[in-house]
Design a protein around this ligand. Structure first.
Ligand code: FAD
Ligand code: NAP
Length: 596
């Protein structure tokens, strides 16, 4: 797309429809000859606006490809909404839950209510659901409200966690950190690089925040375009058909036939002195006005490891405090390799430790007292920043769920295979539901499928199994399917074959980067067709490598197919096609050669 004077269509609520963009002029003009001054953050990141906008259009099937992806009733993977199960039955894809059970008749276009559907929460799940419901003919309102963070009062616009304080700013900071690494590698490749080169935290934050604001803006326009009524208000139930929205100008009571709860979660704080006063969370980090400096990252889940990783890459000094294990829920061999690769880069891991208190010293630094949970031994250290990354709490408290009769389980909402709560007209999707992966693409697809079932006559349900994911650590880790330990638990050690290997990315040689942790494995059936149950990869661009394999795994990938697939050389993804050594054989999995 030509960035200068490129053109994209946005239908504002009323008639004025086509917007001509001109970043150099910094103005938007539409067919009705309206001229709008564009804020700097829009013109400065205009190309991102356009690309985001384009992606939004593509992903909702709004432009061009509606038959294949967005036709009312169509399934997510292209036209399976009619109900016939596809021929292949993968052991981990819950096809029965998806298609075979009788589906309750849910769709009722309410006459006496203000809306057919009110979606509470304007994040990934809520927005996808609201937009899809409108496409299928429903009258929809979507509420979104962000409470400021308790420590710094950080708040943000519409779009939810992913866009504002999650995946997007995280990926941008991860990229900034990888670029720093690349600059240093460039010298080995013959570039004359100034070795005094260093990142500017405030400039990075500004660029990241500009991008976020542009996405907020596109989101608002998109909602108007698609005729979703956006209400910037905090919703709480009066009864199962009535919601009280606390808005800027007061309160508004609205009713709907159906509700979808998509309120997501917010970071937890530990219950120790000084935690809220002095500690921050990922909700504050991406807009932090000062350099983080020496940072204690408490928690060794996705967020803890990712934040520690990019902080180190940007030149700061993170330490990761681990209460029990690293990356709970992931394959533990891979998790320990990820941790070891971070330690090799100079990120200390304080194992088996929990914080006891945070005090602010006279010099403004933070004194953290902590203890080893096994030995009871206490210690202390001083940090510039303390980042809590100890998990997230579902935002059920403001919803007044008892008024609607909705059941809660550990600050989440349990739902059935159709995302229905225990109350007939109330559903829940996204991070707020109990026991499902907290990931954006899961939230989006579940929200969209729910809307299609409610208003498009579709029957397809969300399949929460075999969801691929990536941990964006400096050396990334991506996986899909079962971990080795879960495969053993499910099938027994004698029925599992693990193919594994270390590998050396070609591009690592010249800058002499460590290849010690570049490792991958396929967990498969031992006998029979040798179906692949799980794939695990540590290395560069892990998400890009695993995404396609995820589709293969969902389609019934076998070891035979994998090793008879011709690789693309020289890539790291091709290593999956070269897997020949089983753990059981005891042979050395380190590579002997690269090209033969
Ligand atoms: P949210 O996006 O949280 O949206 C809920 C919205 O509802 C929020 O705006 C909230 O303020 C609002 N709300 C809450 N209560 C009310 C109320 N009563 N009334 C009105 N509005 C209300 N996932 C990935 O797939 N890949 C990643 O790389 C990734 N990185 C992440 C990094 C971080 C730091 C974090 C925190 C998360 C990351 N995630 C990632 C997870 C991903 O962001 C979430 O799974 C996703 O945003 C969940 O979407 P949701 O719609 O369920 O909730
Ligand atoms: P998480 O994955 O649940 O990890 C929480 C970590 O904090 C664990 O290591 C846990 O240790 C530790 N912990 C919990 N309570 C503690 C306490 N009181 N004191 C010390 N340590 C404590 O949570 P998260 O990292 O905050 O991420 C939340 C969700 O966001 C994830 O589930 C994920 O789905 C999503 N996310 C996804 C991505 C991605 O896709 N790349 C990135 C970021 C976030 P124990 O193991 O001992 O409990």
């Amino acid at each position: 797309m030509n960035l200068c004077n490129s053109r994209f269509s946005v239908t504002f609520g009323r008639q004025c429809s086509t917007i001509l963009t001109s970043p150099s002029a910094g103005i938007l003009q539409n067919r009705c000859s309206l001229t709008t001054k564009v804020p700097n953050w829009i013109s400065s990141s205009l190309s991102c606006v356009q690309q985001t906008f384009q992606r939004t259009m593509n992903s909702t099937g709004q432009r061009g490809s509606r038959d294949s992806t967005g036709a009312p009733g169509a399934g997510a993977s292209g036209g399976s909404g009619g109900g016939a199960p596809p021929p292949f039955q993968h052991p981990h894809c819950d096809r029965n839950a998806m298609y075979a059970q009788p589906v309750r008749k849910m769709s009722t276009k309410g006459g006496s209510y203000d809306y057919d559907l009110i979606v509470i929460g304007g994040g990934s799940a809520g927005l996808a659901c609201a937009k899809e419901a409108v496409l299928n003919g429903a009258r929809v309102a979507c509420l979104d409200y962000v409470k400021p963070t308790p420590t710094l009062g950080t708040k943000w616009g519409v779009g939810g966690t992913c866009v504002n304080v999650g995946c997007i700013p995280k990926k941008l900071m991860h990229q900034a950190s990888l670029l720093g690494e690349a600059v240093h590698e460039a010298a080995a490749y013959g570039w004359n690089v100034d070795d005094k080169i260093k990142p500017d935290w405030n400039k990075l934050v500004q660029s990241v925040q500009n991008h976020i604001k542009s996405v907020n803006w596109v989101t608002r326009v998109d909602l108007r375009d698609k005729k979703v009524e956006y209400i910037n208000g905090l919703g709480s139930f009066v009864d199962s058909h009535t919601l009280l929205a606390k808005i800027k100008s007061g309160e508004r009571t609205i009713t709907a036939q159906t509700f979808v709860i998509a309120v997501g979660g917010r970071p937890r704080y530990p219950d120790i002195p000084g935690a809220v006063e002095y500690g921050i969370t990922s909700d504050d980090l991406f807009s932090l006005e000062r350099e983080p400096g020496k940072t204690l990252v408490v928690g060794a889940g996705y967020i803890g490891l990712e934040c520690a990783g990019f902080l180190k890459g940007l030149g700061y000094e993170p330490t990761v405090m681990v209460r029990s294990i690293v990356l709970r829920g992931f394959d533990q061999q891979m998790a320990e390799l990820v941790a070891a690769s971070m330690e090799e880069r100079g990120i200390p891991f304080l194992r088996k430790s929990v914080p006891l208190s945070v005090e602010k010293q006279d010099d403004g630094k933070l004194l953290v007292k902590y203890k080893n949970v096994e030995t009871g031994e206490e210690a202390e250290d001083v940090f510039d920043t303390v980042l809590w990354a100890i998990g997230r709490k579902g935002l059920v408290d403001d919803l007044n769920l008892p008024n609607a009769g909705v059941t809660v389980q550990k600050d989440k909402i349990p739902v059935d295979s159709q995302e229905a709560t225990n109350v007939a007209n109330i559903y829940a999707v996204g991070d707020i539901i109990y026991g499902k992966p907290e990931l954006t693409p899961v939230a989006v697809l579940a929200g969209r499928l729910l809307a299609r079932r409610l208003y498009g006559g579709a029957t397809q349900r969300m399949d929460y199994k075999d969801v691929a994911t990536t941990v964006f650590t400096p050396l990334e880790y991506a996986c899909v399917g079962l971990s080795e330990e879960d495969a053993v638990k499910e099938y027994g050690a004698d029925e599992i074959e693990v193919f594994h290997g270390y590998y050396k990315p070609t591009e690592f040689f010249i800058p002499q980067k460590s290849v010690r942790y570049c490792y991958l494995k396929a967990v498969a059936e031992r006998h029979g067709d040798q179906r692949v149950y799980g794939l695990h990869y540590i290395g560069p661009v892990a998400g890009e490598v695993i995404q396609g394999f995820a589709a293969a795994l969902k389609s019934g990938l076998t070891i035979n197919t994998l090793i008879n697939t011709v690789g693309i050389h020289p890539t790291t993804a091709e290593e999956f096609t070269r897997l020949a050594i089983t753990k059981r054989s005891g042979l050395d999995p380190t590579p002997a050669s690269c090209c033969s």
